[in-house]
Design a protein. Structure first.
Length: 238
């Protein structure tokens, strides 16, 4: 991340360029303490950097956010943070739960990020779900999981090299046979941070239905060709 003072200036400049009505809903600028808190949240709690490039670091699944202030305004950015699917139809971006005040602070911060040289990596477009495939585990996995976990669950998807930790290898029977189906379900639904794992793993519970998440758990079991631990029982996840 950029030095605090520099980011403070960029954030203030972004606010000055924001329409007055939008400015009235946020403080006039971010304090140094607020900037530190946002950066810590991005590093440790939020999943944004798993998919987006921020300050030259992060994934390439979503748009690069460096220089965002040249392409988006405050109101639109807040709308995307509040309701990604409602603002961008067909987006892969799940909702990141956060208080209203925090979403406004994050929007100001992101709009103040300076432009940087474009990344050298290549992004791949996710496959579109065909009609009738909404609860097909393999199709859901290809769309929502394969970029990081790999098409066959080997943990080497095209976006994996942009992450600080190697994504879970869902095809590893030794590893996956130790994880109950409920744990897999929770990891998909609430994300890595809640389970004390990598916060780069987003929470898909607000985007995918329980039926879809169970379908993903079932597909993961096909990838590893393994079952959950005997002590976890034989019932379906959730």
């Amino acid at each position: 991340m950029k030095p605090i003072f520099a980011l403070f200036l960029f954030a203030a400049a972004a606010l000055q360029a924001t329409p007055l009505k939008a400015q009235e809903s946020v403080e006039a600028s971010l304090t140094a303490v607020e900037i530190v808190r946002i950066e810590r949240a991005l590093e440790r709690r939020f999943s944004c950097v798993g998919c987006h490039r921020i300050d030259g670091t992060g994934g390439l699944i979503g748009p690069v956010l460096d220089g965002l202030g040249e392409r988006a305004d405050f109101a639109y950015t807040v709308d995307v943070l509040r309701d990604p699917a409602g603002t961008i139809p067909g987006t892969l971006m799940p909702h990141q739960p956060m208080p209203e005040r925090e979403s406004r602070r994050l929007a100001v911060y992101l709009l103040g990020l300076p432009e940087r040289p474009p990344p050298t990596g290549t992004a791949e477009a996710p496959p579109v779900l065909e009609p009738g495939a909404e609860v097909d585990g393999a199709a859901l996995y290809a769309r929502h999981c394969a970029a990081c976990h790999g098409e066959t669950g080997s943990g080497n998807g095209w976006n994996a090299s942009n992450l600080p930790v190697t994504p879970t290898a869902h095809a590893d029977p030794t590893l996956m046979s130790e994880r109950p189906d409920d744990t897999l379900y929770d990891g998909i639904a609430v994300g890595g941070f809640v389970l004390d794992k990598s916060n780069r793993m987003p929470a898909f519970g607000a985007m995918l239905s329980s039926t879809q998440i169970r379908a993903l758990v079932g597909h993961i079991r096909e990838l590893c060709d393994c079952s959950q631990p005997a002590w976890a029982g034989s019932g379906e996840a959730r």
